[in-house]
Write a protein that binds this ligand. Structure first.
Ligand code: PLP
Length: 383
């Protein structure tokens, strides 16, 4: 297994550096089809006043269909509406499905931006390859976001911590119970006006560490953002909830090393200021937030290391004071501090410290246009 040196960028991080054409040049790939009904003002006002995460949706969605031997076609922007699907559609039976998650942020001048869409486009295609699905050209992936967000611009909220959450996904729509990679795949991109992910704000969460269930294993689908990984995590998540915890901490199949915190990457802050995060072993989903934090904190002179982190060592570190903070990171919540870790044979409270908050403040300041975008991470979707 290859490991990356501190100075090397992963394949996804390299892809994230690619220059992109301006959104005006990508716009129009998904042309409007038909007469699209728009939500009336009363419904719109009600939604925008009661934003939560992922419960309301815009007026439009982008769609394209891939067929074996023909490639991608039927690019269109249609009304957001229920789908009519054949009950034999392969996705219902065999779960061939991948997705992405990113956000559109409203800046003070009214313009709308997103964060490192090249990273998500590259990861979408990496996930698709793992699930034997076709890749979508990067400019079509980002073009679908441009067209959907421009059409649904009024659904991009402007309050603090709010965004239009963008959910591109692809599913197997071939009508067949045959167990084979589907010959028809449908891509869609929908948007959800959202408030902050955690309704109780930047409050520490409580974690159940499981050694009984794993999110992923060597050679499995852990590094793909595929739907089945989530379905498999709900039962351990329920067990954690029954014990009064909010999230599950997963360890590797040997039971030794920490991997992921629910659907977030994990980071620990050491007494000397070093930030440690598990290296990408193949069973960890490579987060764009993780990558951005590593680059941002290194640029500020902080030591950030990607390495195996033993659970026992982490627990000992919390107890001895060597580990001063633990947090999860991902697009939805950005940064989530951990306040308590419980598992078989231990129950420790984790102090809350300034580093998780600093990272949250710095990243969101870039995303919302309050701080200079030194890395060129922001991509303008609309004026
Ligand atoms: C999406 C996801 C993450 C976080 O990725 P981001 O690109 O930072 O949003 C982490 N772990 C899992 C399992 C995920 O599905």
């Amino acid at each position: 297994m290859t490991t990356l040196k501190d100075t090397q960028l992963s394949a996804l991080e390299q892809a994230a550096l690619a220059a992109l054409p301006a959104a005006d040049e990508l716009a129009g790939r998904f042309p409007v089809v038909g007469n699209i009904p728009l939500a009336d003002e009363a419904h719109y006002a009600q939604v925008m006043e009661s934003l939560r995460f992922g419960t309301f949706f815009g007026d439009h969605m982008a769609r394209a269909v891939w067929k074996e031997g023909e490639g991608w076609d039927n690019y269109e922007l249609t009304g957001y509406a229920p789908l009519s699907m054949d009950p034999s559609s392969a996705v219902f039976h065999y779960g061939q499905a991948v997705f992405e998650g990113l956000k559109a942020y409203r800046h003070a001048d009214g313009s709308v931006w997103t964060f490192r869409p090249q990273f998500n486009a590259a990861r979408f295609n990496a996930s698709a390859r793992r699930m034997a699905m076709p890749e979508l050209p990067v400019e079509d992936f980002i073009g679908s976001i441009v067209d959907m967000v421009r059409a649904d611009k009024r659904w991009v909220p402007s309050g603090e911590g709010t965004s239009l959450y963008i959910r591109p996904f692809a599913i197997a729509t071939e009508r067949s119970l045959g167990a084979h990679p589907a010959h028809e795949i449908t891509y869609m991109c929908i948007g959800s006006p959202s408030g902050p992910y955690f309704t109780n704000g930047f409050a520490p969460v409580s974690i159940w560490v499981t050694r009984d269930y794993h999110r992923a294993g060597p050679g499995g689908t852990g590094e793909a953002k595929c739907s089945g990984n989530y379905a498999a995590s709900y039962m351990p998540q329920k067990l954690a909830a029954e014990r009064g915890h909010e999230q599950v901490f997963y360890v590797d199949v040997s039971g030794t090393y920490i991997e992921e915190l629910g659907a977030m990457n994990a980071m620990a802050v050491m007494k000397d200021g070093t930030i440690r995060t598990p290296r990408l072993t193949g069973s960890i989903l490579e987060g764009g937030t993780r990558g951005a934090i590593i680059q941002l904190m290194r640029s500020l002179g902080r030591n950030v290391v990607e390495e195996d982190i033993a659970l026992d060592e982490l627990i000992d570190g919390v107890q001895s004071g060597d580990v001063t903070e633990i947090f999860g990171c991902g697009t939805a919540a950005v940064v989530t501090p951990i306040g308590r870790l419980e598992g078989e044979g231990f129950d420790v409270s984790v102090p809350s410290g300034p580093v998780a908050k600093e990272i949250f403040d710095r990243l969101t300041a870039i995303q919302y246009g309050h701080a200079e975008d030194k890395f060129g991470w922001m991509y303008k979707l609309s004026d």
